[in-house]
Unconditional design. Sequence first.
Length: 406
Amino acid sequence: MHQVVAVYTNGEKPAHEVARFVRSLGIYSQVVFTEEALASLNARAVIVCDQTGSPRSSLPQIRVDGALAVDGQRVRDFLFDEVGLSASWTMNTFIEEGCERIREQVGNKRVLLGLSGGVDSSVAALLLHKAIGDQLVCVFVDHGLLRQGEAQMVEDLFRQHYKINLVTVDAQARFLDELKDVTDPETKRKIIGRLFVETFYDAGRSQGDIAFLAQGTIYADVIESENPAKAGELAIKSHHNVGGLPADLKWKLIEPLRELFKDEVRQLGRVLGLPSELLGRHPFPGPGLGVRCVGSVTKDRLDTLRQVDAIFIEEVRKAGLYDKVFQAIACLLPVKSVGIRDGQRSHQEVCTIRAVESVDAMHATFYPFDAALLKTISKRILDEVTSVSRVLYDISDKPPATIEWE
Ligand code: XMP
């Protein structure tokens, strides 16, 4: 087992950065909020990021009050010279130990994983597949609120290329049916969330003897849920989480990425061979295009938005900006605007395009596209998507605007 360093904090000062820094030195570190958690960690040293006091512990300690740029070298000297630790934690160590742990936990039982095509679930799928091969069953729910070509991409990559057991559930009609005439964003989210969970569990039940449910929980979620200073904020983010298991399902939870930061999940995915295009994808909300069709969600509007989004993202990629921005978003607005096509006046859809720069999605600034790029995007959308008559450019920062429109 690798050496562990504890990063001790009461949660008020962000300790993520310190923990990530230690890991980047090749030493595994974990954030702890209490003396009990520290005692159970079997750590070799403690880095204290807590202004209110030091934990009672006989382990060697160092205090970090300033920025890492200032304290980094002190921490390095402390860990390597004073404590005598060595740089031995790498992604390959994590993969070996992770697979071993998964095999021990799972035995010869089967594991179910919800695959969304996002980074976390994709990396979890590959790691689990490496550990237990065909004992892994992935379920992909196609709720019809996905981007163009998304379902096909997931099937090609995971079923054809990686030979992972993949069950795709075509639930498009069911989602569209229940979303009919619903325009309130939170009601949409609730309906989509509930249907998603129901569809996923139904698919899981139909797979027979499943013993484990795997989730792509990552370390940031774990720290956040353990952090006493963040308790009040969790309610706000509740729409990001899937609720508890139905009573009839006796699946045990397995979370193979629970120790990794987001950038480490990407690094793991890279080592496991996932395409860089998938690993570098922008965040995409669980309710998908459902909350980007502002107003009502219909098949026609979704198809229109898929076309707009595909053109927009393609042009952002072509301009070399995709990896520079945090998120690029296209939406349809709940208004119609007059357009002239083939000499005829008609009321058609209005779309907005938006890109933001951000580190943590809490603050975001709009990305200023060049006028020439805006013109190319607008011209292509208006030429190729005949149901759209107007393209708007969103130049709002967060706060007060949120990143998504709904
Ligand atoms: P906002 O719009 O609140 O978004 O500034 C912050 C980040 O969260 C994403 N987002 C969601 N993700 N379910 C999700 O899984 C949602 O309902 C949801 N709403 C917003 C958003 O894309 C951005 O990255």
